[in-house]
Design a protein around this ligand. Structure first.
Ligand SMILES: Cc1cc2nc3c(=O)[nH]c(=O)nc-3n(C[C@H](O)[C@H](O)[C@H](O)COP(=O)(O)O)c2cc1C
Length: 147
């Protein structure tokens, strides 16, 4: 099995997921946003939350979009304003996922992500796995065993 985890992370929870999946043999690809997000929490929540609410797509740094030969592709995203992060919106735009075996792992502060789940259901007909901020709650990574 050749599996790929392709993800965005601003504050490190996604990186914890990547470490866990790497142990399970996944190849890892991290995408980076060119958008400058504020470091302090309130301005970050305002800017990031608004961009997510309005379904914006971040400009991404160049990354490898080739998905040939993978049995499974897992996309990882933080949840912003209950939705996918704007970098993930851009990632979905850039990847050709037609006919691929795609799953989602979301990481959110609350462990909830209703709007993001609805979008994934609509686009891929699947439920995501939702982890509660695994950087702060590493025990959440147990949900990825035998994923
Ligand atoms: C702009 C912004 C908006 C957020 N909105 C939500 C939200 O609506 N619901 C929630 O549970 N967590 C929310 N969070 C918390 C993140 O989803 C959570 O910290 C996640 O683990 C971050 O992943 P990362 O560290 O890989 O970037 C938000 C965080 C940011 C920065």
């Amino acid at each position: 099995m050749k599996n790929l985890f392709i993800y965005y992370s601003l504050t490190g929870s996604g990186d914890k997921v990547a470490e866990e999946l790497k142990k399970q043999g996944y190849e890892i690809r991290k995408v980076k946003s060119k958008v400058k997000y504020p470091k302090s929490l309130f301005p970050l929540m305002m800017k990031g939350g608004h961009r997510a609410l309005t379904n914006k797509k971040d400009d991404l740094e160049d990354f490898d979009t080739n998905l040939k030969g993978y049995d499974k592709i897992v996309i990882g995203s933080p949840v912003w304003d209950d939705r996918l992060a704007p970098a993930t919106n851009a990632l979905l735009d850039k990847l050709d996922l037609k006919g691929k075996n795609v799953s989602f792992i979301l990481y959110s502060g609350s462990g909830q992500a209703q709007k993001a789940t609805e979008k994934i259901q609509e686009l891929f007909g699947k439920e995501p796995i939702i982890l509660k901020a695994p950087k702060k709650h590493p025990q959440e990574l147990a949900k990825l065993k035998d994923f």
